[in-house]
Design a protein around this ligand. Structure first.
Ligand SMILES: NC(=O)c1ccc[n+]([C@@H]2O[C@H](COP(=O)([O-])OP(=O)(O)OC[C@H]3O[C@@H](n4cnc5c(N)ncnc54)[C@H](OP(=O)(O)O)[C@@H]3O)[C@@H](O)[C@H]2O)c1
Length: 224
């Protein structure tokens, strides 16, 4: 399995064959299928870099938005491996999934999410990964001097000495050691690889339409 930058000059991973640097690739562990493996590098490494930037220690509190999604789900699971307390958002239909992924507290997603996280944490979370791209409205969920990780360019202001950092997986394109760690965690069942559906590559447009419609849980994987 390899991480492939969608911004690569010759295109991203929607190709039958790609050439990648050797340090972007690790072996797929025994027992994991190729479709499942395909779901790990991009979003797993995004969760990894988000948590590395936060550098929280055991017992500290992490909030996660977009928790039912790929980045959100991996973030919860990696945070639990690191001994963090996790508060995550979900629609009622996804609450059980998010709990199974490891969230200690699940709060309703939506307009009141920041207030609900604050209520669950007392003074606010130490760190927050905003995989739902809520932006500035999520800041009240974080304690004074806390740290928010954005996964898209963050243009808003901040408040109460909260740091906002945009994580970019491009910084881990050649981090085979980190990808190998993720593969090991997946093989051990500590990271859950979720495939919603596989579609033949000729139906890529349909896959994009499904993704844009929302509600997909797990990745749509194109096969060649
Ligand atoms: N910076 C980087 O390097 C990097 C790398 C990878 C991904 N990303 C970005 O990270 C984000 C998440 O990616 P992903 O692959 O995890 O996407 P995903 O699997 O589609 O997950 C996003 C989740 O957020 C949920 N959501 C949407 N609006 C929400 C809201 N207002 N409140 C709470 N949850 C909400 C979605 O639910 P519904 O399906 O019900 O809408 C979905 O479960 C994307 O914006 C992606 O572009 C950034």
């Amino acid at each position: 399995m390899a991480i492939v930058s969608p911004r690569a000059a010759r295109g991203g991973a929607q190709a039958e064959l790609v050439v990648v640097p050797a340090d972007s690739v690790v072996a797929v562990p025994d027992g994991i299928g190729l479709a499942a493996a395909a779901t790990l590098p991009m979003n797993g490494l995004t969760a990894r870099i988000a948590l590395d930037l936060l550098a929280l220690g055991p017992g500290q509190t992490l909030a996660v938005t977009g928790a039912a999604g790929a980045v959100g789900g991996y973030t919860i699971q990696l945070a639990k491996v690191a001994g963090l307390r996790v508060i995550a958002d979900a629609l009622p239909k996804d609450s059980e999934l998010v709990r199974i992924l490891g969230a200690d507290v699940v709060v309703p997603r939506g307009r009141e999410v920041a207030a609900a996280i604050r209520l669950a944490t007392g003074d606010g979370a130490d760190g927050l990964v905003d995989a739902a791209v809520i932006g500035r409205d999520v800041l009240p969920a974080v304690r004074d001097g806390g740290h928010v990780i954005a996964v898209r360019t963050y243009r808003g202001k901040t408040e109460r000495s909260i740091t906002v950092t945009t994580a970019w997986v491009g910084d881990y394109l050649r981090a085979a050691d980190k990808l190998a760690d993720l593969a090991e965690l997946a093989a051990a069942g500590r990271l859950t690889l979720r495939v919603a559906r596989t579609l033949p590559a000729e139906r890529a447009a349909e896959a994009h339409a499904l993704l844009e419609a929302g509600g997909v849980r797990g990745r749509l994987v194109l096969t060649f």
